[in-house]
Every structure is written in structure tokens, then in C-alpha cells.
Design a protein around this ligand. Structure first.
Ligand SMILES: Cc1cc2nc3c(=O)[nH]c(=O)nc-3n(C[C@H](O)[C@H](O)[C@H](O)COP(=O)(O)OP(=O)(O)OC[C@H]3O[C@@H](n4cnc5c(N)ncnc54)[C@H](O)[C@@H]3O)c2cc1C
Length: 598
């Protein structure tokens, strides 16, 4: 197995050149002190944690997995020490609210750190990101009293957080959850119900676990409008944030045995009249939870991308060393019986598909993270509102497209190793197993596609897309001055025109036949994903060319980026044509069979 190396050169290039992060941070009061030096130092430290602390317990964690005994969950050897080191390093509060002990760092930076942690050890990363998401929801929606009582310890990493939505009969359709919340006289609630698939619902990494639970009051309106959000601690906490010694009525009934992320505890959680406190307003729970879900969905795209990077590193090293066959263009390695497999065009196809999608996926994740930061921190109302609209459009695409491409990359990385990719030794099969879940949880990718097509496109009458097209147009105007970009920019204009005309056609077809939205949604998400990857590649190319033209930066690194961008436009971008054809094929052939005919 190749040792994971944090891809710091690519990350720094994206931050400094493509996204001009320092300038951006300077424009927002909350982040104005985040300098390039600070970012660079934090990234480097995070890289060390990923390489030195998390990667070494990745394979053993998978093999050992979590175990359950009488309600208690034990994580694999090394996880407890690693989590302590993670907490003591201040990582749990990196993006947290400064007033409660967090460090107020932007998502644009933490997204890259998450990618590294997912790459090195996805199971471990899940404990961390669930806590980050829970603290974010609390800091945005909870009362001052709840924030003061819970946030500091969660930022310290002494307590951790969860997100309890799913029930045995309610996954995608949360409107039908049955967990009940009954008001008590003292203002608290008694929560009763069963939640399943709860990541980090029970474990031995922290001294307390703070659950964020969706439940309904007995007289709540039916459907999603009757859902409220509650904070339910596993161990009761007094007003000084100390444990009282009393255990709440929350227990872990069992854990799942699963395909991947086997060191992440996936728990059945039973709430038996547990005491909980309302977060935000009554019946607004789902919308409050969406604060967390936008961030968690971004994380799932990052999980796919991180694992793809890890798989790519192993595959590239292996392809340089494994000797099989001779190069079609003539012997390259006459001293040996065979040439390294990196000489074969088909092996290069796999490696370059991985690399081109990883770089675009990372850039898209950063672009979405940047919009999240702008929507929260920008001093100008209009800038915040515009960024919020972009977040709404980008998140479902980033989640689904990057996790799909991530899984696909892990399969390619496995294929590069042939049979050695299938056996456990090289870690490639674990990457495949660990990446698969990112396509399913946090809303299955089909649901992301529906959200994009239905709510974000048809119902907004293409308004959100129009903002993205403005961004693309603005970039094209600026990039037109960069020598060398005239080769690429016409493709971006074509990309914009394609998505615009397909969207217009779909909006009009949806008026006549409601099935058209669902029938087109997945291909539409993939088309917009491909357009966004093309947009990201153009941004990367413009910055790389600018640097190269000025003779600045690492020329070999820049050359590699430019050649990978050329590969993207030559070999991956043409797939947009088949996606357009698929969308235009309409709903008829999909809906023709009766249920019995399947
Ligand atoms: C390892 C793991 C960890 C998880 N962690 C958490 C967690 O921490 N907290 C939590 O609350 N949940 C968690 N989940 C639950 C996860 O979010 C759900 O499994 C997921 O959202 C899908 O719900 P479901 O499994 O009930 O599938 P279903 O909702 O039954 O969907 C099954 C299939 O039907 C499709 N489908 C459903 N409805 C529609 C529709 N209206 N239109 C078109 N297609 C549709 C879906 O896309 C999917 O392909 C986790 C799950 C796993 C496996």
C-alpha cells in the first residue's frame, strides 16, 4: 500500500491562485485575519495528522471494526488515542463560533482538511465531521443557554455530536417520522422513538455524546412541517457544563455490520422518554437541520474525492513500478523483461480520468465552500443572498457528482492494480468499500438529483442556474486576457449554452408531464456536474497558464495541471453529448413497464 501523502501542492495552488483565498478572507470581517501563511501552516499540520495519525490506523480499523457489547461500543485500537490527539490539537473547534471557544476558520480551508482526513481514514473523519455539523446547527439555531452549556466542550472535542433523523420506516421521507416529543412543565421535552443508522450514536472516544434529534409534538401538523429539532445529551449536564453523573434514557440497541467505513459506529438508538431541549422554533426542525445538512452533504462529496485521491496515489505509484508487457510504441525499459504498465494508453486513461476528476472535484468543493462562507460572513446583504442561492444549486450537484466520480475513481484505482487491487494488501478494495456509502447517505444521490431538478431548477424557473451562468460569463470575460486561454474558452461558452437550452426545454416539458422531472433528473445532475467540472478546469487552466506565462511557480507542477486539463476537455467533456441525448429521450420508455413486468 502506498503511504497517503497530503496533496498540499495542488491544494495550495487552488487556494492561492484559483480562489485567491487571502483576498477573499480579507473581504469578510470574521475571516479578515486569515492570512495565506496561516492557511498554509494549518494545511501542513492537518497533512501531518492525516499522514501520521489517521492513515496508520485505517486498515487495522477496517479489519477490527467497531464492536457492541451490552449497549457499549468500542472503536478499534488506536482510535481513542487518535481522537484525543485530534481534540488536543484544537481541530474539533476549527470552524466553531469564536464566542464559545471555536476558532472561526472558514469552510474553504476546513473543506481541504476534511478531504485529507477522509482520504487517510474515512471512518475516523466521520466522528469528526458529525461533531462539526452538530456544533454548527447549535451555534446557528440554539438558545444562548444551550450554546453556552454545550458548545465549548464540543469544540474542545471532549463531547461529540450526532444527527438523528432516520427511522426504520422513514429514510428519504422524513415527513413520516414517528419519534415523539412531549413537553414537560420545566420547558424540556420527553423524547421517545427509535432512530437507525446513526453515525457515532455510541462510541468510546468522548465522555459525552450530544444527539440532535428530529421528533414531532403530539399535536404537530402532519408531514415535514410538523418536525422539530431537539438536543438530547447521553449524559446529563449541569449549568456549568459538568456531567451530573445521571444518564439520560438514550441507549444504543445495536450496531450495523456493513460493506465499508467499518470503524465508524452506525447505531440503532433508542430514546425512551429521554430528556431533550428544543433547538430553534417548534415545527421548524427540518429547515434548521438543513444548516447542518448543506455542510454534511459537502462533506460526502469530499469523502468521495479524498478516497479517490488516496486510490490515485497508490495506483500511480503501482503503475510506475509494475512491469507487464511492452509499450506499443517500442521497448522503454530494455534492462528488464517488461515495461512498467504506465506506458500503456489504457492504464493512462484510468489514471488521468481519476486525476482530472479529483482536481475538478476538489475545486468544485472549494467553490461550494466559498459560497457557504460568503453566505454566512459577507458584510453585504446582496452578496450573502446571492451566495445562498449558489449554495442551494451547487450542494446537491457537488454531493452527488463528486461522490459518484469518487467511487468510480476508486474502482479505476483498483483496476490499475489488477488482481492486487482486489486483495486487501494494497488497500484499494477498502477504498472502494469506503467510498460507496457517500453515494447513499445524506440523501441518496438520486434524491440530490431530484432536489436539483425539481426544487432548484424547475420550481425556481431556472433562476439559480442564471446566477451560475453569470459567474461563468464573468470568469470568461476576465480569462480572455490570459494568453493561451482562447483554446479553451469556447468550450465554456458551449457548456453554458448547452445547460441553458436543456434547462429551458425541461422546464417547459415538465409543465405537460410531471414524470419528466424525475426521468431527466439524474442525467441533468450529471450534465450540470460535468459543466461545473469544465468550469473548474477552466479556472485551473487560467491560473496555471498565468503562472506559466509569468515564469512563476513550479513549472513541472503547472505543466502537469495543463496536460491534465487538456485530457479533461479531450476525453471527459464530450460525455455531455450523451447526457443531453439521455435527457431528451424523456419519460416514456422509463414509465412504460407495469410493476409486474419488472
Ligand atoms: C452507514 C450509514 C450511516 C448513516 N448515518 C446516518 C446518520 O448519522 N443519521 C441519520 O439520520 N441517518 C443516517 N443514515 C441514513 C441515510 O441517510 C439513509 O439511509 C439515506 O438517506 C436513504 O434512506 P433509506 O435508506 O431509508 O432509503 P429509502 O428512502 O428507502 O430509498 C431507497 C431508494 O429509493 C429512492 N427513493 C426514495 N424516495 C424517492 C423519491 N421520492 N423519488 C425517487 N427516488 C426515491 C432513493 O434514492 C433510494 O435509492 C446512514 C446510513 C448509512 C447506511
Amino acid at each position: 500500500m502506498a503511504a497517503y501523502r497530503a496533496p498540499l501542492a495542488d491544494m495550495r495552488f487552488l487556494l492561492a491562485n484559483v480562489f485567491a483565498a487571502e483576498e477573499l478572507f480579507a473581504s469578510m470581517p470574521v475571516t479578515e485575519e486569515v492570512s495565506e501563511d496561516l492557511i498554509s501552516a494549518i494545511l501542513e499540520e492537518a497533512g501531518k495528522i492525516a499522514e501520521g495519525l489517521l492513515a496508520p490506523i485505517n486498515q487495522s480499523g477496517d479489519q477490527q471494526a467497531c464492536t457492541w457489547n451490552d449497549g457499549e461500543v468500542t472503536t478499534p485500537t488506536g482510535f481513542k488515542d487518535a481522537y484525543r490527539a485530534y481534540a488536543e490539537g484544537g481541530w474539533a473547534g476549527l470552524t466553531g463560533a469564536v464566542d464559545y471557544g471555536g476558532q472561526g476558520m472558514p469552510k474553504l480551508l476546513s473543506a481541504l482538511i476534511e478531504e485529507m482526513f477522509f482520504a487517510a481514514n474515512s471512518s475516523f473523519a466521520l466522528y469528526a465531521i458529525l461533531n462539526t455539523g452538530a456544533t454548527l446547527t447549535l451555534s446557528e439555531h440554539a438558545s444562548e443557554e444551550l450554546k453556552a452549556r454545550y458548545l465549548p466542550k464540543m469544540y474542545e472535542g471532549v463531547w461529540s455530536g450526532t444527527m438523528c433523523l432516520t427511522e426504520p420506516h422513514a429514510g428519504t421521507d422524513l415527513g413520516i417520522i414517528r419519534t415523539k416529543a412531549v413537553p414537560e412543565e420545566d420547558g424540556s421535552y420527553r423524547i421517545t422513538g427509535t432512530k437507525i443508522f446513526i453515525t457515532a450514536g455510541e462510541h468510546d472516544l468522548t465522555e459525552n455524546i450530544i444527539h440532535l434529534v428530529l421528533a414531532k409534538l403530539p399535536d404537530a401538523p402532519p408531514g415535514p412541517r410538523g418536525i422539530s429539532l431537539f438536543l438530547v445529551p447521553r449524559n446529563m449536564v449541569d449549568e456549568n457544563s459538568e456531567l451530573t453523573g445521571e444518564r439520560n434514557n438514550v441507549s444504543c440497541g445495536s450496531i450495523e455490520h456493513k460493506m465499508g467505513i467499518r470503524a465508524s459506529a452506525t447505531c440503532v438508538m433508542n430514546f425512551d422518554g429521554a430528556r431533550g431541549w428544543l433547538v430553534g422554533e417548534l415545527n421548524n426542525g427540518l429547515s434548521n437541520m438543513f444548516t447542518m445538512m448543506n455542510y454534511e452533504r459537502l462533506s460526502m462529496g469530499l469523502q468521495g474525492n479524498g478516497l479517490a485521491e488516496s486510490s490515485y496515489q497508490t495506483a500511480a505509484q503501482y503503475a510506475r513500478e509494475r512491469l507487464q508487457g511492452r509499450a506499443p510504441s517500442g521497448v522503454q525499459n530494455p534492462e528488464a523483461a517488461a515495461d512498467p504498465i504506465i506506458v500503456h494508453p489504457d492504464v493512462r486513461r484510468m489514471l488521468l480520468t481519476m486525476r482530472a476528476n479529483i482536481l475538478a472535484g476538489r475545486a468544485l468543493s472549494m467553490y461550494a465552500a466559498l459560497q457557504l462562507d460568503t453566505s454566512r460572513f459577507h458584510p453585504d446583504n446582496a452578496a450573502r443572498a446571492r451566495a445562498e442561492q449558489l449554495v442551494a444549486l451547487l450542494i446537491p450537484v457537488q454531493k452527488a457528482y463528486a461522490s459518484d466520480r469518487g467511487f468510480e475513481a476508486c474502482v479505476l484505482g483498483q483496476q490499475v492494480l489488477g488482481g492486487h487491487g482486489y486483495v486487501a494488501e494494497w488497500g484499494q478494495e477498502q477504498n472502494v468499500r469506503d467510498a460507496r456509502i457517500a453515494q447513499i447517505y445524506e440523501g441518496a444521490n438520486g434524491i440530490q438529483a431530484l432536489d436539483l431538478m425539481g426544487r432548484k431548477t424547475v420550481r425556481s424557473n431556472g433562476e439559480l442556474l442564471a446566477i451560475l451562468l453569470e459567474e461563468i460569463h464573468e470568469f470568461s470575460e476576465q480569462a480572455g486576457t490570459v494568453v493561451g486561454m482562447n483554446r479553451y474558452l469556447p468550450v465554456l461558452v458551449e457548456a453554458g449554452e448547452t445547460i441553458k437550452s436543456v434547462t429551458r426545454e425541461l422546464i417547459s416539458r415538465a409543465e405537460d408531464n410531471p414524470d419528466e422531472v424525475g426521468a431527466a433528473s439524474y442525467a441533468y445532475m450529471e450534465l450540470l456536474g460535468l459543466v461545473l467540472y469544465a468550469f473548474m478546469w477552466q479556472r485551473i487552466l487560467a491560473s496555471a497558464l498565468q503562472q506559466r506565462n509569468a515564469g512563476a511557480g513550479d513549472q513541472q507542477h503547472l505543466g502537469g495541471l495543463i496536460k491534465t486539463g487538456d485530457f479533461f476537455f479531450a476525453r471527459l467533456w464530450p460525455k455531455h453529448k450523451s447526457l443531453v441525448a439521455e435527457i431528451q429521450a424523456g419519460a416514456e420508455s422509463l414509465m412504460a413497464l407495469s410493476a409486474e413486468e419488472f
